[in-house]
Design a protein around this ligand. Sequence first.
Ligand SMILES: Cc1cc2nc3c(=O)[nH]c(=O)nc-3n(C[C@H](O)[C@H](O)[C@H](O)COP(=O)(O)OP(=O)(O)OC[C@H]3O[C@@H](n4cnc5c(N)ncnc54)[C@H](O)[C@@H]3O)c2cc1C
Length: 434
Amino acid sequence: MTKRTLVWFRRDLRLHDHLALAKALEQGPVAAIFTVSDDMRKREASCWWLHHSLFSLQKALHEQGVTLLLSDENPTSVLPKLVKTYLINQVVWNDSYTTDERKEEVALKKVLEEAGISYEACYGDVLFPQHELTKDNGDPYSIFTPFYKRSQKETVKRPVALQEDWQSIQVDALKSLDELKLLPERDWYKKFEAYWTPGEQAGIEQFKQFADDDIADYKKMRDFPDADGTSRISPYLTWGNLSVRAVYYAASRREHAEPYLRQLVWREFARRQLMQHPTLETKPLRTEFNEFPWRDSQSDFDKWKRGETGYPLVDAGMKQLWETGWMHNRVRMVAASFLTKHLLLPWQWGADWFKETLVDYDEANNAMGWQWVAGTGIDSAPYFRIFNPETQLEKFDSNGEYVHEFTKDQDVAPIVDHKEARARALAAYERIKK
Ligand SMILES: Cc1cc2nc3c(=O)[nH]c(=O)nc-3n(C[C@H](O)[C@H](O)[C@H](O)COP(=O)(O)OP(=O)(O)OC[C@H]3O[C@@H](n4cnc5c(N)ncnc54)[C@H](O)[C@@H]3O)c2cc1C
């Protein structure tokens, strides 16, 4: 039987490997909608990416005769209205795994059930459905290595293809993209255009180039911020311009790709952690850290944000973030360690700054990354492991090219002495150990 379906786009702003859209098209005509929430607007750099991703998606759907509706109303009110107006039979979407979006989904299911509207939630931004990859007794893994080993016994499904003939439901537009006002008010984001092209096609090209040229050397090159050693697909994954399953599937067919696949499983692990601990981004998993004597220095925090700590690798990272909306993983670790250990400032402050300024901001990865560095997570680096930013610089940017590119070799005196700061951090840690 033919069914008229409304596809609710979420973190899947693409046409390839789109489970929900593939199902809808198989059953009859489709309409499509994306809803903006207030929380999205707090992620300013990521909102810039979202704006351009929606633009690309609108164009791609339009070529197939489908209008992408845009709305900033709550999905629980706008979706049922559309169902009624356009005599729609069902709503379908791909799951999202962020805390707020999971709540949004629960609320929507309730409203649809009460209204007698059928729906289907497909598994979304993950490699494996949630019920897979658990321990033998059904519990989730809290340690990465056994989770990874378990993941290697499973196969990631082949990406789904969309059928060629599309039927669409004719709808009247709601808001225009500009009316959504996703672009941040302060215009620092304009610089990002020199570094990134958001959207599905650009994401596919970016990944293909990495897979063709660099994936085999990933293990050797991934820690050098000056090299093109990582794939830089994180912002494409955040909004689903790329399907993580399609990326994994394609990468697993390349030689020497295991170290790269492992990182995609870290991403999966972060999602599992967030689902298990919805407050992962605000509350330490190790509860003894609730009593940690963090400092409260806005001026030191500002120096860190501006890249004026006097430690060249930290400063280059913070300036790279401000300039490009992205920071190399090695430098994220060093900068985060500096904030939480050398400056003894709360990791949540750093996580919030990243939320505002990263084009690839991702609640699960960001929260897990910060808790890992700060030593507050379950499977994380212990707090007493303190990176020496000078040694890290010698190891990973020995010719100083990365630092030069982003700091122009600025001359700033260190705001803390490494040895003293290290001793202060360890003393603070002793207080909660007792
Ligand atoms: C303090 C801190 C905050 C972070 N915040 C974010 C964030 O908001 N968004 C984000 O996507 N990543 C975050 N990361 C993880 C990591 O730094 C980025 O995923 C990576 O730098 C993205 O660059 P890439 O695409 O070139 O990665 P590649 O090295 O090419 O890896 C491919 C993909 O694997 C995943 N991945 C790689 N490393 C990690 C990791 N350590 N944890 C989880 N997934 C990983 C990402 O999806 C990445 O795009 C954070 C790490 C730290 C230490």
